[in-house]
Design a protein. Structure first.
Lengths: 219, 367
């Protein structure tokens, strides 16, 4: 299998984010803080805590940054959202798959509940496809798009890739209402965060892994 | 070459552990003559300078030029203060001064990581250790190499090759750059704790902070918390542990059995009785003999990655360690003592090392 090529950071992404009142650095800080928090987990934590922290903490950090600027943290029917001051968009955080932040179309890494499916329906309606057909989509107002901040922890390449993307396709699993978001448009791919640069010594084990590379360069 | 500088003679004297009287005797001059040189009332003859050189084992060029920057006893943190003699301290500080000269030369020719050591004067050592771990993104994870971690955050780390077991390590801030000196004659586990201890001084007692017994206790508490975060010890240290379990468990943090036992006792994971039994057993074995788990090799001594990369790069430019020593007018052995005894393959044609051109600002070829 060929490795997907990483995106070059498109400067226009920064301007698109700016038009939404957002900054790429805020997403970077939120994800890095969550990663640091996850690293504090010990074997006494429940096994899923590190993963939960990586998913949930960025939203909390983004709330800390943006609520003072007029955004609101809302939970319609338990759907965790950060809503923009003009209520034209909201965002939430989801684990993405390996294609996150690359030139391939990503997908959510784990299946999501029916509220995500309804959010996708709402997004499609605003893009001119289909009708709003659920109470939830109506509740979220006909003009509000719901974005996902997809985050992927690439242990092999020692980096975190992330993108703020608008979900437009929800593929249901054979059973029930759950499913994966399988298409996004547009995708605002943010710069990947190198874990090597931060002198991280994460993946510890009994072996001599997690070695630190100290940069030394000739003047 | 600059003017004769008695301060350099005095630095070399202290580095070699000579008293003034012993130096005068070795050189064949009277203490009054030495005093006159010191007070700049008299200039030594070229022959006397050569005698200084042979008595002290320094090239005669070393005694000419401006003062070298030296760490001061007030500015450096030493452990085991009560057992440390002034002579041992001065020898170690003299070694520090020579290492600073080398460090300045390296800084002039290489880009190294910028200093990034948080300052938390007055903070509880346990909290300060947590804060530094958090700032450096370490969480509760094991630190595979303390020297490399310090270097990655802009600390300049040099070795001390003191025969005295009393000098473990010392550290100080010089402007915005933190320095740590480690005695390489200790076990690897001991040196790791020394490095974490010295980081504690840099964080807690930074620029001109308190010194003395209390400061040493705080730095030791910081070092223990930094190498063995409470959460990971509570989660992973064995319960009701005796010596064999501790020997096996210490590899989780790469610390000594003694350090792990102290930490576990402090966290309430060893009873007083267990704690006492372990130390009786350790004393019986001899504290210099760090026990290793069956089938495991002793932990290798940590070394500077920066110095290794620097000398590797220089070797690629046909510049040997001896050339650098000659450029700085420092005896090769003293330079070796500061660089963890790094052994690099000699380059053909450098048996008679040429000084790097231009004393004050050597120009090395960039390959």
């Amino acid at each position: 299998m060929t490795q997907p090529a990483p995106f070059q950071f498109d400067p226009s992404v920064a301007s698109q984010l700016a038009m939404m009142g957002l900054e790429a650095d805020d997403f970077r800080d939120a994800v890095l803080d969550a990663n640091a928090e996850a690293l504090e987990c010990t074997p006494n934590d429940v096994i899923s805590r590190a993963g939960f922290v990586r998913w949930s903490s960025p939203l909390r950090r983004l709330g800390d940054i943006y609520v003072p600027k007029g955004h609101t943290r809302e939970r319609p029917k338990g759907f965790e959202l950060l809503v923009s001051p003009d209520r034209t968009f909201a965002l939430t955080v989801a684990p993405g798959d390996h294609a996150t932040g690359t030139d391939r179309m990503p997908s959510t890494r784990i299946d999501r509940g029916p509220l995500t499916g309804q959010a996708v329906t709402g997004n499609r309606h605003q893009l001119g496809f289909g009708e709003i057909d659920t109470d939830f989509a109506r509740a979220m107002e006909a003009t509000m798009k719901i974005w996902l901040l997809l985050v992927y922890y690439d242990e092999l390449n020692e980096e975190i890739r992330l993108e703020l993307s608008l979900p437009v396709e929800f593929t249901r699993t054979p059973k029930g209402q759950r499913g994966f978001v399988t298409a996004f448009e547009p995708r605002l791919v943010l710069p990947a965060i190198s874990l090597v640069e931060t002198a991280d010594v994460s993946n510890d084990d009994e072996d001599e892994d997690g070695q630190i590379d100290v940069p030394v360069a000739r003047r | 070459m600059g003017d004769f500088n008695y301060n350099r003679v005095d630095l070399a004297r202290r580095r070699r552990g000579f008293t003034k009287g012993a130096l005068a005797k070795a050189v064949g001059i009277s203490p009054r003559n030495l005093n006159a040189y010191e007070k700049d009332q008299q200039e030594p003859t070229p022959q006397t300078v050569s005698h200084f050189a042979s008595a002290l084992g320094f090239p005669r060029e070393f005694f000419f030029g401006p003062d070298l920057d030296e760490p001061t006893p007030e500015g450096a943190s030493f452990r085991a203060l009560s057992r440390l003699t002034a002579r041992q301290r001065d020898q170690a500080l003299g070694s520090g001064a020579l290492a600073l000269a080398l460090g300045d030369w390296i800084d002039e020719h290489f880009n190294l990581p910028a200093p990034d050591v948080p300052q938390h004067p007055g903070l509880d050592p346990e909290m300060a250790a947590d804060a530094v771990r958090s700032a450096w993104g370490l969480g509760e994870k094991r630190i595979p190499n303390m020297v490399h971690l310090l270097e990655a955050h802009g600390v300049r780390v040099f070795s001390l090759s003191e025969d005295s077991t009393t000098v473990d390590a010392f550290s100080f801030w010089r402007g915005r750059i933190p320095y740590v000196f480690l005695n390489t004659k200790k076990t690897a586990e001991h040196s790791r704790m020394d490095a974490a201890h010295e980081l504690g001084h840099l964080v807690l007692h930074g620029h001109g902070g308190p010194r003395g017994r209390q400061a040493e206790h705080e730095a030791q508490a910081f070092g223990a918390a930094f190498l063995m975060p409470a959460g990971s010890v509570r989660a992973e240290a064995p319960r009701a542990a005796r010596m064999p379990q501790l020997i096996k468990a210490k590899g989780r943090w790469n610390v000594s059995v003694a350090n792990l036992a102290v930490r576990m006792h402090r966290l309430g994971l060893l009873s007083d009785w267990q704690y006492r039994s372990i130390f009786i057993e350790l004393n019986r074995r001899g504290r210099a003999n760090e026990p290793t788990a069956p089938g495991k090799d002793p932990l290798p001594q940590e070394r500077s990655q920066i110095l290794e990369k620097v000398f590797r790069a220089l070797r690629g430019e046909n510049v040997s360690k001896a050339s650098v020593a000659q450029t700085l007018h420092i005896p090769l052995q003293d330079l070796n003592d500061s660089v963890f005894g790094l052994v690099l393959t000699p380059i053909i044609g450098t048996d008679n090392p040429q000084p790097v051109p231009g004393h004050s600002r050597p120009e090395l070829r960039v390959v």
